[in-house]
Design a protein around this ligand. Structure first.
Ligand SMILES: Nc1nc2c(c(=O)[nH]1)N=C([C@H](O)[C@H](O)COP(=O)(O)OP(=O)(O)OP(=O)(O)O)CN2
Ligand SMILES: [Zn+2]
Length: 135
């Protein structure tokens, strides 16, 4: 019997959506105000979910304290209050869209979650825009 446990987290970050290999006109045409060369910020809301069997000894799928600490160490410390384009190496040549940020977060967490469990990341870039990545 599998159960999904979830932990919410939060970080804020600045970014700019653009491609270095496109002209200014094309970047503006495709990315609009998100291509502001002075960057803009979002209050990202994150939901990390782990699904697996309940350990009969502990009653846990995964200890939420362990999951909380993992998110702080691997995600918040890496992304919170950062300029994603400038300060986060994963986005040196990768557009920091919500889709790509969710994949980076999933990749950071996956090695630290039991292989018997599945991992899902839901990332809200704004209260109305959110993406889901499950590997
Ligand atoms: N598929 C994607 N589309 C867009 C992304 C993205 O990551 N993936 N990102 C953006 C920009 O980051 C933009 O800053 C989004 O902000 P905004 O347009 O203000 O967001 P809302 O639509 O939620 O705001 P409203 O107030 O509802 O207009 C754009 N597209
Ligand atoms: Zn944005």
């Amino acid at each position: 019997m599998k159960v999904k446990v979830s932990r919410k987290a939060h970080f804020n970050a600045a970014h700019r959506l653009y491609r270095k290999d496109w002209s200014d006109d094309k970047n503006t045409q495709v990315f609009g105000k998100c291509n502001n060369p002075n960057y803009h910020g979002h209050n990202y809301e994150l939901i990390v979910s782990v699904t697996g069997e309940i350990d009969p000894e502990t009653g846990f799928v995964m200890d939420m304290k362990v999951l909380k600490d993992l998110i702080v160490e691997k995600v918040e410390d890496a992304l919170d209050h950062k300029n994603l384009n400038v300060e986060v190496p994963e986005f040196k040549d990768l557009n920091p869209t919500a889709e790509n940020i969710s994949i980076i977060i999933w990749n950071k967490l996956r090695p630290h979650i039991s292989e018997t469990h599945t991992l899902e990341v839901v990332l809200y870039e704004t209260p109305r825009n959110f993406v889901t990545y499950s590997g």
